[in-house]
Structures are given as C-alpha cells and as structure tokens.
Design a protein around this ligand. Structure first.
Ligand SMILES: C[S@@+](CC[C@H](N)C(=O)[O-])C[C@H]1O[C@@H](n2cnc3c(N)ncnc32)[C@H](O)[C@@H]1O
Length: 338
C-alpha cells in the first residue's frame, strides 16, 4: 500500500511539474500579441510528431547519432565549477548536431543529470580497475568518449575502442593532432557481427592479463537475446576479468520510451533492454555482479538533483526482480564467474 502510494506520487508529481514547465514555455509575451492559450492536453495523451531537421531527415538518423547527443552532457559537465570530470574535447566532438539533439530531447524530458552521473560512475570503476593492476580497457561502442585523452591513466595501459566505422572516422578527424595518454587502438566493427567480434575478443584476450570491458550506453539498444549472446562471448577469453554496464529497470525503459522514444524510432534505434532481474541478468552468462551503484543516489550525493528528485533519493532502491512501473537506473561492475 505504502509502495503503491509512493509510485503514484512519483508519476503524478512528475507529470504535473513537466506540464507546468511546458505550459509556461508555450505562452507568448511579444508586445501587441495576445498570449496563445492552447487547450491543456495531459502529457501522457499528447501525440508528438516525429522529430525532423529542416531538410526532413530525422534528428537522430542512426544509432551513432546517440554518441553526439551524450557527448553534449560531458561538455556541459566540464563547464561546471563543481565538475565531477573534465572532458575538454566533448564540445568539439558533440558538434552542432549533438547540441540540436540535446535541445530537442530536453523539450520532452528536462532531466539530464543521469548522463554525466553515468560517465562519473564509469570513470570511478575504470580508475579502480587500473589501480588494481588492470592492463587493458576495451571500450565497446566507444562513440565519442575521450577517456584515453582526458583521464589520469598509466602510459603502459592498453586501450581499445570499438565502434561503427562512420563515428570512429568522425572522431579521428576531430581529435587529429591530440595525443592520447595511453596506447590507444581503434577497431571499426559492427558488434552485431558475431564471428568477427568473437575473433576480436580472442585476439584482445591474448594481449592482456587483466582486462576491463566497458559498454556505456550500448546495451539499452540491444534485445535481451543479443545482450545474453554478447555476455557469453565476453566470458570466453580468460583475461576478460571485469565488465562495467549501465542498466535500467523495465519501468525506466518504458518511461524513457514514452518521453523520447519518438526521436529514437525515427532513427530506428528503440530502447530494448531493461531486464527485470537487474544485474543478475548476467549471472547465467558468466558474469557475477559485484557492485551496483544507483544513478539517483549518486546524483543526490553529488547535488545534481532538483528538490523533488532529491527527496525521492531517500527511498530505498528497489530490489530486483523490478516491478514493471518503478523507474530505476544504475551502473554495475561484473566479475567473471567461470
Ligand atoms: C549512446 S552511444 C554511447 C557512446 C559512448 N559509449 C558514450 O557513452 O559516449 C551508443 C554507441 O553505440 C554504438 N553502437 C551501437 N550499435 C553498435 C554496433 N552494432 N557495433 C558497434 N557500435 C555500435 C554507436 O555507434 C554509438 O557510438
């Protein structure tokens, strides 16, 4: 009963505060122009047109455009006086398209704190692994991530970035002339190509004794079957010791789809993965969760929340199996269990 009331409170307050902000931003205050009063339509009943650019291409054209979008939040974090990390390359990497995507997404959801929090959590897991003697980091779906250039890492560390050819070519163009702090290699590969990725993992496995895999912002775009198969393949090389993933509950996946699904569908990249079991999803695939950190609680510690979300952060984290409605997001460190 208490839990239902809390859930209901969350949904009502979220929709009311969003509706207020949107209604205010719709008013016209130009001199001589009467304010336009549109009939109020509750947010859940609104039908949004597919988001298009002026030339009629979708705002998010393909999966790699999501890399431009998330880079914007690293740029913004960098510019804060209390930045949790600094990425001096992010603004250039995100480019105009990244800014346009972020601006459009913010018309549907004003909450942008989860993205810098996710980056911060991944940074802390990576730094811990390197401190503990990790000799290789494999960043699958690296996108426009610039950690090899911006993090304090030992020169002897090997770092491999894997992503689709177009986004890596763009990134190399922007970062030409910059020097990474580690031994960096980029691999242009469609990770959906299973034989090719198994071949790559076997090769990388031979290069290292203690490798960390990171998949920041990738799994949500894959089906559970694909995530399971990827996990199986990552468990094959014995030197792939740890893996950092980000996760959403089914409730958060649904909420994100409602808020910004239209953008992603236009580029044919819907949100697909939000397992009920949380990080335990990976256990049958060779990966044991060792630590799960909540985005909301981390954001509260870092003072990134508005008063409403800050209040919510005092609630205990939901435990898997997650119910279908409660939103939750976090990052998890997995350890090989074979
Ligand atoms: C949301 S972005 C995240 C990028 C980066 N990890 C970050 O956090 O900034 C998702 C990335 O996944 C990559 N991606 C998606 N599907 C892929 C595939 N099948 N093979 C390789 N990369 C893929 C996209 O190109 C994109 O760079």
């Amino acid at each position: 009963m208490r839990k239902q009331a809390l859930d209901l409170g969350f949904w009502v307050l979220r929709d009311v505060s969003l509706a207020d902000r949107k209604a205010k931003s719709r008013q016209s205050f130009e001199p001589g122009v009467a304010p336009v009063h549109k009939p109020f339509v509750p947010p859940r009943l609104r039908v949004y047109p597919p988001p298009l650019m002026a030339d009629s291409t979708p705002l998010i054209r393909n999966i790699s455009d999501t890399a431009r979008w998330v880079a914007v939040y690293r740029a913004r974090e960098t510019e804060r006086p209390d930045a949790m990390f600094r990425d001096p390359f992010a603004r250039r990497l995100a480019g105009t398209r990244g800014e346009e995507i972020a601006a459009a997404v913010e018309t549907r959801t004003p909450e942008s704190w989860p993205l810098p929090i996710r980056t911060y959590l991944f940074d802390t897991f990576i730094a811990e692994h390197v401190r503990q003697g990790g000799d290789l980091v494999v960043n699958l779906a690296a996108g426009l991530d610039a950690r090899p250039y911006r993090m304090d890492l030992p020169r002897s560390l090997q770092w491999v970035e894997v992503d689709l050819p177009e986004i890596l070519a763009y990134k190399e163009g922007v970062l030409a002339g910059e020097t990474p702090r580690v031994a960096l290699r980029r691999v242009r590969l469609d990770l959906a190509d299973r034989p090719k990725r198994q071949e790559l993992f076997a090769e990388l496995g031979r290069l290292a004794k203690n490798a960390l895999i990171i998949t920041e912002g990738l799994l949500i775009y894959l089906t559970p079957e694909h995530v399971g198969a990827l996990a199986d393949d990552l468990a094959a090389p014995p030197s792939f010791r740890r893996w950092v993933v980000d996760l959403v509950s089914p409730g958060l996946r649904r909420m994100l789809t409602k808020q910004i699904g239209g953008f992603l569908e236009a580029g044919n990249v819907p949100f697909k993965f939000g397992p009920e079991e949380g990080a335990q999803f990976f256990a049958p695939h060779g990966w044991r969760p060792v630590e799960v950190r909540s985005m909301l609680k981390t954001a509260a510690k870092k003072w990134r929340l508005n008063p409403f979300f800050h209040l919510l952060s005092f609630l205990p984290d939901p435990k898997p199996p997650f119910d279908q409605r409660r939103p939750w997001g976090g990052s998890a460190l997995l350890d090989r269990n074979r």
